[in-house]
Design a protein around this ligand. Structure first.
Ligand SMILES: Cc1cc2nc3c(=O)[nH]c(=O)nc-3n(C[C@H](O)[C@H](O)[C@H](O)COP(=O)(O)O)c2cc1C
Length: 179
């Protein structure tokens, strides 16, 4: 990869260059989610790939919220949110939820979860409904720990994957054929 130095390593005392940091992290393939919440009767959502499982018992996940975001403060205030894991054919929808100021729910159907959060049932593989358990200030992001309160399986399909700053997908393992 061009942006990484020939030796492949930074000096331990060197300042980490933001562009190199970003390029390095782009080698870590992730799934893509849309995090949604119902805020004073209005559905809100934002694209996020900084999502991971944390604990099975109790069931905890985390998401990272950028501090320049307009939507995350509302989601945090609502106290409950859903992580909707996108399918490979949801790139267009993902782009809408990643575009600042875009009207995001104009053409997007949703159903209500047990806590009332909007679930992108027609547009995602699964949704995890979560209550905010804890938050940690972390540089230009806030790490949000979510306690999982309900799981929803919508359809089988290939996942949307983000790798090298681009959208792609992966095939399921052999013997586990998916649509
Ligand atoms: C693939 C992808 C993953 C993203 N992951 C995150 C994330 O984990 N956390 C985050 O705060 N923003 C993430 N973003 C950026 C936000 O979706 C984007 O800045 C959005 O416009 C914020 O909208 P808002 O200002 O309405 O919150 C991601 C964007 C893309 C394209």
């Amino acid at each position: 990869m061009e942006a990484i130095s020939e030796s492949g390593a930074s000096r331990p005392d060197a300042t980490i260059d933001p562009a190199l940091f970003r390029a390095t992290l782009s080698q870590f393939a992730t799934g893509v989610t849309v995090v949604t919440a119902m805020v004073d009767g209005t559905p809100m959502g934002v694209a996020a790939n900084a999502f991971t499982s944390v604990s099975l018992d109790p069931p905890l996940i985390l998401v990272c919220a950028g501090k320049t975001s307009d939507t995350w403060p509302h989601i945090r205030r609502s106290g409950v949110f859903a992580v909707n894991v996108l399918a490979h054919d949801q790139e267009t929808l993902c782009r809408v939820f990643a575009t600042k100021g875009a009207p995001r729910f104009d053409a997007v159907d949703y159903t209500a979860g047990v806590s009332g959060v909007p679930l992108l049932a027609a547009n995602s593989l699964v949704s995890l409904e979560c209550a905010i358990d804890n938050e940690l200030e972390a540089g230009d992001h806030v790490v949000i720990l979510g306690r999982v309160i309900a799981l929803h399986s919508h359809r089988r399909g290939k996942p949307l994957v983000f790798f090298e700053s681009a959208y792609t997908s992966i095939r399921p393992a052999q013997g586990r054929a998916r649509s």
